[in-house]
Design a protein around this ligand. Sequence first.
Ligand code: ADP
Ligand code: MG
Length: 482
Amino acid sequence: MSEIWQAALCDLQGKMSSLNFEAWFQNIKYRRREGQCFYLEVGDEFKKVWIESNYLDVIEESLAKITGTSIQVKINSADSLAEREDETHLVETVSPPAAARMARAKAGDQINPAEWASAALNPAADLEAAPAPKELKAAMLDCGLNPRHDFDSFVVGGSNQFVHAACSAVSENPGRSYNPLFIFGGVGLGKTHLLHAVGIEALKQNPHSRVVNLSAEEFMNELITSLRQKRMNEFRTQFRNDCDVLLIDDIQFIAGKDSTQEEFFHTFNALYHAGKQIVITSDKLPRDLPGIEERLRSRFSWGLCADIQPPEMETRIAILEKKAEADGIELSKEIAILLANSIRSNVRELEGTLIRLGAQASLLGQPLTLDMARQMLDRMDIDARQELSAPRIIEVVARESGITPHDIRGNRRTHAISHPRQYAMYLARKHTGDSYPSLAQEFGGKDHTTVLAAFRKIDSLLKENDPDISARIAELERALLG
Ligand code: ADP
Ligand code: MG
């Protein structure tokens, strides 16, 4: 590998979260340099398009910095090279509609990677005959997929753009792009919605595709029933043979359940080796899942892990507007802003409040007013201003870290607890400006020097541009501030 490219990689690594770096840069191959042009190669067309539209500038910038001259980067995908060698048709560069969509995305529009990834991967897709809507709906319901949870009804913003792109790539090409796809994130952020969207899209692409969709808890219940009724052969056939796409929701449920894990391990292996797609959701990263065997945790990381973050303000407003339109609720911009401002970190709660408001207005036979919305928020005990206080910061950091506020206030020193505790201390000092002694009280009556030390440690890591800490603090601030 060129030393220059190697140096650029080190530089790039410092500019993004480790998850993004692993996902997009780990497997880029350096090919050659011709004068001021660097040629790179990635595995597939989707990656090429994504990197070109999101990272080309930073890559060129890094290379320019290292070489001291302006550099142009060209990316090829192994897919399209192979096709060219075969002298079959298609895809040397991105198709024109995809290029146009990328240009829009670059101009700061809401990106819909599903649109352009699908065009890039399969320019002829639009022309293929779609299955009859009725059959499709029946197929979705058969698999327990909620037809409302498709890609069209999912609002894409910065917080979920990456996971959305990964899901659409997987549903276009099950078993071929990322396997398994592991989606993780907090409660009510759209994990189940995206899981269903993958299943629905896979069925749209291929109505004969055998989609098996269930929660980890249902998997366990079926396993127990099959064991009891001595029907294990059927159980295994169902999951290992009669399945093209396996969607498993809330895998954290099988923590500590050894025989379910054992069975799931074999199911996973059988499907994986047969090239079948597996998509898993979880509330945490594989490595942070307690009570799950190492061999499973490592398998969960074989493909791509994508996290879903609480949506930003604009995305929350867009979600409310979309939902209002779908449910025929008249929602003014003012009310949308009030709700989006008040409920920041759980889309389910946001939608629930809108639905209750819609129901109230229609029961009263009146239009929905700002006052009604304020009263409802009051009753729900949601402070429409949501000022940041130490308890709120503790609560949000705990939730985002998969631990409890009690853990943060306590004294246990395992990394899973002490790191979030330090982040919460740093954020509390930064955002409330409260004195160290009063913060020390909030954090379970510790010595004020503990809070001071935590603040200084995180502050200095941030000043050194530590990539992991910077990314984590930015994520937490996003969850706090929206
Ligand atoms: P999770 O599984 O992460 O707890 P869900 O997928 O059940 O969350 O999402 C909760 C609710 O919020 C669902 O009704 C879902 O449709 C909605 N939702 C979440 N994110 C979005 C989004 N980006 N666009 C539209 N609806 C969303
Ligand atoms: Mg869910």
